[in-house]
Ligand binder design. Sequence first.
Ligand code: ZN
Length: 429
Amino acid sequence: MAGTFQPQYRTQAELEALQLEGLKWTVQHAYHGSEFYRERFDAAGVKPDAIQSLDDLRRLPFVTAQDLQQGYPFPLRAVPFERIVRIHASSGTTGKRKVMAYTAKDIDDWANMFARCYELAGLTALDRVQICVGYGVWTAGVGFQNGCERFGAMALPVGPGNTEMHLQFLEDFQPTVICSTASMALLLAEEAEKAGISDKLNVRKVIMGAERSSDAMRAKIRALFRAEHVFDIPGLTEVYGPGTGLDCLHHAGIHYFPDYYILEILDPNTLEPVKEGEVGEMVYTTLRKEGAPLVRYRSRDLTRLIPGTCACGSVLPRHDRISGRSDDMFIIRGVNIYPSHIEEILARHHGIASEYQIVLERHDDGKDYMTVKVERAPDGVQESDAGIAKNIATDMRKSLLVSGAVEIVGYGELPRTGRKSQRLFDKRT
Ligand code: ZN
């Protein structure tokens, strides 16, 4: 795929040369600029000069979220303060926020990376992009905005805002692209339908980030908006912010950017590479980040690499959608389960909507019980609930090897929020 923001390399050999150069630079930069990295590398007995091939990456120690929290407020900082032009922080639901410092070059690189995402989504300078994610200290709003301006489309920086304002903008300014969380996209699509304005809108593409979404939910959003494409935009504050990759028009996996970072997929328990195509934890090493470089950062996000070349012909490799987090896994009656397992099972059944919750409880008998609450389809009838619930429960028992109750609730009864929806409610402790 040609384009202003697509990578310059043509072959795997060219990419590897570029990555080795970036890796060497990053390790030198981190070692000489950051006390944290110097101590870590020294403890591991690796001097920067020892990095002579891409395989040498595996000699380097890991960085974790706990390291970022312990280094608060300026973890991993590897340049003097006069070179820092901005900070961003993650929402930090547990403990201290993860704060990242950016140099002017980091901000510039991030904008180019994000513009590449819009280019992969097939936008043009005539597109109008309604940005419905949070502005402020988060990386979301400003990331979508800078990328949009760098790309050259028109940004409508609405933020999460109120639904009424969003609907008014959708109708009056005729945006062609919506950028939001999946929950927010669903909320807006449903409200537009309720308000009877869906046919007056011009939304062609929805770019969704920050949380996982099921195929059912994506199909629903696409149908309600009469949109052509729904894209997944992954990203994390630690690696600049959103925009670390995007699926192309073929939607056959997420193209990621190996000229900006090396992605390792490792077994979260052994920290060894998984077999090709197997699911593991995404571990990032940045290749040109100055303010807060990452060397083998354990993101806890789970995915798998997709082998082969995409039909679009891009040289960019692909990973699958993020299927969960290695620390989201829960254990019930001795079985390890990820919420994505439940989601996959629900997707196989008809008569239900896309919203669900998993509730774990410990009863007086000392045993753990799992209940999956799922919404009835909008056109479903209560009389069918028992049969549908029974089929899902049977499927769960066969697929997960653990029993669970299934409760069907009315359409719209589970909460919808503009932020990430909580799926797992562990009431056992
Ligand atoms: Zn592609």
